[in-house]
Design a protein around this ligand. Structure first.
Ligand code: PMT
Length: 223
């Protein structure tokens, strides 16, 4: 039969939430279940790609047949993405990455003192922005979880971080975003809206997204 659409391609998918340690027993985390990223990894595998799933904390099960790299913090995820960069054809960043981490990680459990406790946070590197700056052959898909001014913010993120596509989920809409089995997304490229899908299972969102990426990368390679 005909070759699968992503045969011979290496797809790197990030999924789940990062964990930023405060002390040995406490951390900052988020509600990402990893379902969206795991579904994308499965769809890419179905499309014939070699798939690496770099995952933070997630409750979703990683699909069989993908290479799995478990990480904890945004810095760890950054390191994993960089280590695979030269071998990456397509990067899909479905993970929810902490924008900030505690400035210091206490070696011992922080003791209770006064009525307030200040936690100083410092900015994490933006992984997808790094990828955009270091793009050679790679096709980059980022996600955007927005709560307001969604379309403007998504287009701004797409351009600023030099991605090829951005998948916008408005996380205030029921059935979309964190934790759910379904999602409602709009996809944008640098020219504007590229797709607008209704409420679908995350597996179907993933299949459609991978089909779109396959089409775009094939067109780019002149196939
Ligand atoms: O995991 P699920 O429960 O299935 O939920 C799916 C999801 C809602 C987490 C997913 O669909 C999603 O939207 N993921 C991106 C969430 C997010 O962090 O969005 P953002 O708008 O804050 O970030 C934009 C993009 O920059 C993302 O691709 C993010 O991975 C990336 N980023 C952000 C910060 C950072 N330091 N480095 C990054 O690469």
């Amino acid at each position: 039969g005909p070759a699968l659409p992503l045969a011979g391609k290496r797809v790197v998918v990030t999924a789940g939430g990062t964990v930023e340690r405060i002390d040995p027993v406490r951390y900052l985390a988020n509600d990402s279940s990893g379902k969206m990223g795991a579904a994308i990894a499965a769809a890419a595998l179905e499309a014939g790609a070699e798939v690496t799933l770099i995952h933070g904390r997630m409750s979703a099960k990683a699909p069989e047949g993908v290479e799995k790299i478990g990480v904890e913090s945004a810095l760890d995820m950054f390191e994993a993405v960089r280590s695979l960069w030269d071998r990456t054809d397509i990067l899909v960043k479905a993970a929810a990455v902490a924008d900030y981490r505690p400035a210091r990680r206490a070696d011992r459990k922080i003791k209770k003192h006064g009525d307030t406790l200040e936690l100083e946070l410092v900015k994490n590197p933006d992984i997808v922005a790094w990828a955009g700056e270091h793009k050679t052959k790679q096709y980059i898909v980022q996600f955007a979880a927005e709560t307001h001014d969604a379309e403007e913010n998504a287009m701004d993120k797409l351009r600023r971080k030099k991605s090829d596509l951005i998948v916008l989920n408005d996380v205030t809409v029921p059935g979309a975003g964190f934790g759910t089995d379904t999602n409602i997304v709009r996809v944008y490229d640098e020219r504007g809206k590229a797709a607008d899908w209704p409420l679908l299972g995350k597996d179907e969102v993933a299949r459609r997204l991978i089909a779109l990426v396959a089409e775009r990368t094939a067109a780019r390679n002149g196939a």
